[in-house]
Design a protein around this ligand. Sequence first.
Ligand code: 13P
Length: 291
Amino acid sequence: MSRLVPATQMLKKALEGKYAIAQFNINNLEWTKAILTECQALNAAVILGVSEGAGKYMCGFNTVAAMVENMMETLNITVPVALHLDHGSYEGCLKCIEAGFSSIMFDGSHLPIDENIEKTKELVKLAHEKGLSIEAEVGAIGGEEDGVVGMGECADPEECRKIAELGVDFLAAGIGNIHGVYPENWPGLSFETLAKVKEQIGDLPLVLHGGTGIPADQIKKAISLGVSKINVNTECQLAFAKATREYIEAGKDKEGKGFDPRKLLKPGTDAIMETVKEKAEVFGFTGSAAK
Ligand code: 13P
């Protein structure tokens, strides 16, 4: 029996309770352990996001699913955990359904809307037959992800309605958000678009990608307008890199057994746990496992 759950329930509760669940992307064993451990300590439900590139890096989706399942058992993780494909291709979605993921995202935002609708419809059926939740995307999220650069669009609310009607469990709509670090001249989230999308999709939870670096007041406003899932990746990467660099620059890798990977990677792992704690504060997901 899988320990993983689809993300549907946790997001419904988040929408009702006016907070957001975090999707933290995982890139290796240390990140996964740090995020699971901290979310357990916070009694918080969590979504572990895996991009196709990260999946490849971690030796495939089967390896990732087995790692997360076994880690949950060993660490005695009892909070709800969804293992979710991030920005999946059609083929990637099929692979993750087979591998035992509990949630998938089909990103057809770059396709003509009719093709996005067609493929999303097929995947909704397949995912639901196997008990997985499914996210779709309208309006490409800008910035860079796995080498693909988008321009940060605002979704067409009418198209959002069409995709929502296909039975997806949550929807990512571009509202001027971008992946990675926001440029100095970023105009901020388009709350006008968000409100119009919300009008069209009713009670469907909305997803905000590019959670790194969005000021807390904008995050809170987005949550108040129906955002229930916020994705964070770059912020963990930056925190991990900074802590590791400081450790090495201080020469600690040369002291005693400081070069032992278990010691070398610890500051970075601790920094990820801190990031999870900070996000819990802003998104309001502490204690969400009990809700
Ligand atoms: P950031 O890398 O900007 O945090 O965005 C993560 C994301 O949206 C993953 O889908």
